[in-house]
Design a protein around this ligand. Structure first.
Ligand SMILES: [Fe+2]
Ligand SMILES: [Fe+2]
Length: 280
């Protein structure tokens, strides 16, 4: 039986909010007049956030031989856009490192899948020469946050959903909609809005399983859609639904991605898995 919107929203509001500093960083890095000092001050107010960012910045993924030991270094060397991705990764990691029984996701599963999707989204943007790689990274990190909200409902109906998805022609998200009333992407959008995240992120999250329905940011939603598909192929921790949400052919056509492009991208993204520090 579909769950009432007010119940879903109650759960959305009950989830811890994102650290204010991380949300401020996203807004500040969108503004061209922001200075390094301003960013440094905002991040510096949240020592846990700053520490997490520095740890990430020194992982092999960012590829710096010299150690990045201060926030200022990180901001100057990596740039504003990478900084917002780092801030968001540091902010959401504790939230995503959780067991989601309904989706059959273990303690690190959602975090790994989200991080891999983020890196895949950024790589896809580079590959397609799209300018919003860092926003795609952050959207990738957050794309499945709705699962945190509806996992409790999924838990009760999961066996039913899986049975249905196997025998019917529905995708897993369509069944979430039918049974719960909302799918995890839509609910993730509610959550992102509640966290005051900008519209591009909200749409990228809300429409990652139906990019063509995104009113303004179809391209970003499409990138997240493909990145999610690629990371699901590589990462077993992405949840029981992963296999039942294939990449839509229409989206691949729109992005002019062919089979051999996907193979190359998969190989590139697979490289990220060799550094466990990235997922630490
Ligand atoms: Fe998803
Ligand atoms: Fe996903």
């Amino acid at each position: 039986m579909p769950i009432k919107l007010e119940h879903i929203l109650k759960r959305v509001h009950a989830l811890p909010s994102l650290p204010t500093a991380a949300v401020k960083v996203v807004a500040l890095t969108k503004n061209p007049t922001t200075t390094v000092k301003e960013l440094e001050t905002v991040i510096g107010q949240d020592p846990a956030l700053a520490a997490g960012m520095l740890r990430q910045a020194n992982s092999a993924y960012y590829g710096y031989a010299r150690r990045i030991s201060s926030l200022q270094d990180a901001i100057v060397m990596l740039g504003f856009q990478v900084t917002q991705g780092l801030a968001m990764a540091s902010a959401v990691a504790p939230m995503l490192k959780t067991t989601l029984v309904g989706y059959d996701i273990d303690q690190d599963g959602l975090w790994k899948h989200s991080m891999l999707t983020a890196m895949a989204a950024k790589r896809l943007c580079q590959y397609l020469k799209l300018s919003f790689g860092e926003i795609a990274f952050t959207t990738g990190l957050l794309h499945d946050i709705g699962k945190l909200v509806i996992s409790v409902y999924i838990q009760e109906v999961n066996t039913y959903l899986l049975k249905k998805v196997q025998e019917a022609k529905f995708s897993y998200v369509e069944l979430e909609e039918k049974v719960i009333g909302y799918n995890h992407a839509t609910v993730g959008g509610f959550l992102a809005k509640n966290w005051n995240l900008p519209d591009d992120l909200v749409e990228g999250i809300s429409f990652h399983h139906s990019p063509l329905n995104a009113p303004n940011y179809t391209e970003l939603a499409s990138i997240i859609h493909v990145a999610n598909g690629l990371s699901s192929l590589l990462n077993t921790g992405g949840g029981v639904d992963s296999f039942f949400n294939p990449i839509q052919k229409e989206i691949l056509d729109r992005l002019a991605l062919k089979e051999n492009d996907l193979e190359r991208l998969l190989a590139d993204i697979g490289e990220f898995l060799v550094d466990p520090a990235i997922f630490g």
